[in-house]
Each structure stands twice: as C-alpha cells, then as structure tokens.
Design a protein around this ligand. Structure first.
Ligand SMILES: [Zn+2]
Length: 91
C-alpha cells in the first residue's frame, strides 16, 4: 500500500509530498521536485517495536518485549520527514 508522505528538502528547503510504499526498507531515496536535489530518508529511527493491547474500544501501544507473538513493528513517522544529502564516498 502506498502512503502519501511529506518530505522536507535538505537543500532548498521546501516541503513536498510523494507517494511511497513503505516496506522493509530502512532508507527511502527521494528527489526534490523543486530543486532536483536527491536525498535519503532514514526510517530506522522511526521504527518502534510495540505490542498491541486492546482495551475496549481503545488500542494502546506499549513497548513490551516479552511476548513475541504479539509484537509488531510500526513506523511512527513525523508529519514531515527530514531528508539528508546523499554523501558520495570515494569521489
Ligand atoms: Zn529542494
């Protein structure tokens, strides 16, 4: 499923939205539609291991590492994802 995500360009620095499929990847590659700057977004810091606990009509998230069967990885993304300049190594 693709999600509309908002990014902030590291270069210009405008914000823009892109449809992206969030899979197991830890880094998204994006290109700013305004200035063309390519950048990366690291998703790893936003991954949270949580356990879903249903309490009536409310679902709460709790960090609980002791029951693997209920453990889920969720992404808690900010409204606007910061992008980073791609560092070319060895150039
Ligand atoms: Zn830009």
């Amino acid at each position: 499923m693709k999600t509309r995500l908002e990014f902030q360009c590291w270069n210009c620095p405008k914000t823009y939205t892109l449809l992206r499929e969030i899979t197991d990847v830890e880094t998204l590659f994006v290109a700013c539609p305004y200035c063309g700057a390519e950048g990366t977004v690291e998703l790893e810091p936003f991954k949270k291991k949580t356990t879903l606990i249903h309490m009536g009509t409310t679902t709460v998230y709790r960090a609980l590492p002791d029951d693997k069967s209920k453990e889920e990885m969720v992404l808690e993304l900010p409204d606007i994802l910061p992008t980073k300049q791609i560092i070319n190594q060895g150039n």
